[in-house]
Design a protein around this ligand. Structure first.
Ligand SMILES: *Cc1c(COP(=O)(O)O)cnc(C)c1O
Length: 230
């Protein structure tokens, strides 16, 4: 009995990256995009995920991403998911497929300046504050109103708002997490009536993506369930 348990444990912890991806794909509805969050993991492991067919990857630090990206296939769609500093904006505009973490005015303005300078359109998500923790970044509902007004006023002509991103409170209480995702989904549908370009609702990570998908997410950001713990 004990030996079987050890075998099971060894098998579980040595599940390959490709097996983890296949398993996730097997259960995810097809409309849900899987962003493989590769932060802190070396290029060999990212390549392994790529070889398993994964093409969308998320990194949270600009410098780390710059160090890795040139050593990896050029058809990877990179998503920036981490808090972005205005002075790093010049490295990412026109280079990443999507920025999930646009969470304040200074970043919006810096992104617009750089995108206009390069004459590109940068796809972004607005990070919306839904958690109970003060540590999570994002816009609140009143601020969203002002963001969209300024977009309607054509002040951010080179940015495409494609949707919302949110992070739930880090808690085992699934009722809290579910309620936060549900609230974001409601906001998403409300704003979509006014701004039809909103297509992406990025919510859910390794610990809570099932709840997020249940509550309407169509893009999940999964790191440790694919690559193991950091
Ligand atoms: C690290 C990170 C994730 C992935 O977290 P896991 O728990 O490893 O799945 C998702 N979203 C953001 C913004 C992150 O920084």
């Amino acid at each position: 009995m004990q030996r079987e348990m050890i075998f099971f444990a060894v098998r579980f912890f040595t599940m390959s990256i490709s097996a983890n991806i296949q398993q996730l794909r097997g259960v995810l509805p097809t409309k849900v995009t899987l962003v493989a969050v590769s932060k802190t993991h070396p290029i060999e492991r990212i390549q392994e995920a790529y070889d398993a067919g994964q093409r969308v990857f998320g990194e949270n630090k600009v410098q780390e991403w710059l160090d890795k990206k040139d050593q990896l296939p050029s058809d990877i769609q990179w998503h920036l998911i981490g808090h972005l500093q205005s002075n790093k904006v010049k490295y990412v505009v026109g280079q990443v497929a999507l920025i999930h973490s646009v969470d304040r005015w200074s970043v919006l303005e810096a992104l617009q300046l750089q995108a206009a300078k390069l004459d590109v359109h940068q796809a972004i998500l607005l990070q919306v504050f839904i958690a109970q923790e003060e540590t999570k970044f994002g816009w609140d509902e009143g601020e969203l109103e002002r963001v969209f007004s300024r977009f309607e006023n054509h002040e951010f002509s080179h940015l495409n708002i494609c949707g919302f991103m949110g992070m739930a409170t880090n808690t085992d209480d699934t009722a809290i997490v579910r309620a936060e995702f549900r609230r974001l989904n409601k906001l998403f549908h409300k704003w979509r009536e006014r701004w039809p370009g909103l297509d992406i609702l990025s919510m859910g990570m390794s610990s809570d993506w099932q709840l997020a998908v249940d509550e309407g997410s169509n893009m999940i950001r999964v790191g440790s369930s694919i690559f193991g713990s950091r």
